[in-house]
Design a protein around this ligand. Structure first.
Ligand SMILES: O=C(O)c1cc(=O)[nH]c(=O)n1[C@@H]1O[C@H](COP(=O)(O)O)[C@@H](O)[C@H]1O
Length: 241
């Protein structure tokens, strides 16, 4: 029997536009349908292009996840989150390990932006990290344990959700609220190259586990035909949504 994911949002895929220039990013976006997916602007593209890339994507009708993973003192982080909200982005993120005061200050700042309905999300443990990477940081814990701790802190700080691995979604769903968004990168279709990701899952397994949004970059953008790669992912997800 096919298990249906609970979220009513049908646009679950966020395509990571990890490109070094506006031309390549917009060429990719032109092949995507804003009615069927969202896009992510990350550190490389934003550092090269600045807010104009976000404006262009908005003009083309896309919801934009601005993935700059802010991590700084509370005032600096909050002002950066405000700047993102004033750009009108759909989602923005901070590192949950910046702590409660940083996240609460960012949340409060966001509330003061007129008309903003930007989702504010906390990054827990990067999907490229495994237990040994946490040990290097002096954290002698399983990634799931640390993700759980940061998820609860993020929720208590008033944020809308977290970025985590899809591998953590099932146990997290038992401890966070049903509306708390679980955004999962590290998504790899069965035949895709893993690259630098460590805690991975297939698109259908991630949705079945309860992921709200799947962040997918290279399996689409580096495919011979990005359109075909996305269509295959959509076909894999369709029976589950
Ligand atoms: O916040 C993110 O989006 C993010 C968090 C995380 O833990 N892991 C992670 O891979 N990401 C982003 O998700 C995207 C994944 O890209 P691919 O590995 O190419 O599918 C990249 O743009 C990363 O910056």
């Amino acid at each position: 029997m096919i298990e249906k994911n609970m979220s009513s949002d049908k646009k679950r895929v966020i395509v990571a536009l990890d490109y070094p220039n506006q031309k390549q990013a917009l060429e990719m976006a032109a092949q995507l349908d804003p009615a069927r997916c969202r896009v992510k602007v990350g550190k490389e593209l934003f550092t090269r292009c600045g807010p104009s890339i976000v404006e262009s994507l908005h003009t083309s009708g896309f919801d934009v996840f601005l993935d700059l993973k802010f991590h700084d003192i509370p005032n600096t982080t909050a002002k950066a989150v405000r700047a993102a909200a004033e750009m009108g982005v759909w989602m923005v993120n901070v590192h949950a390990s910046g702590g409660r005061k940083m996240m609460e200050t960012a949340r409060n700042e966001l509330e003061q932006v007129n008309g903003a309905n930007t989702l504010l999300i906390g990054v827990t443990v990067l999907t490229s990290m495994e237990r040994s990477d946490l040990a290097d940081l002096g954290l002698d814990v399983d990634p799931l344990e640390h993700v759980k701790r940061l998820a609860l802190l993020t929720e208590a700080s008033g944020l809308d959700g977290i970025v985590c691995s899809a591998q953590e979604v099932t146990p997290l769903r038992q401890v966070v609220g049903a509306d708390f968004k679980l955004v999962t990168p590290g998504i790899r279709p069965a035949d895709a190259e893993v690259g630098d990701q460590k805690r991975i899952m297939t698109p259908s397994d991630a949705i079945t586990a309860g992921s709200d949004y799947l962040v997918i970059g290279r399996p689409i953008t580096k495919a011979d035909s990005p359109v075909d790669a996305l269509a295959a992912i959509d076909a894999e997800l369709a029976p589950l949504l």
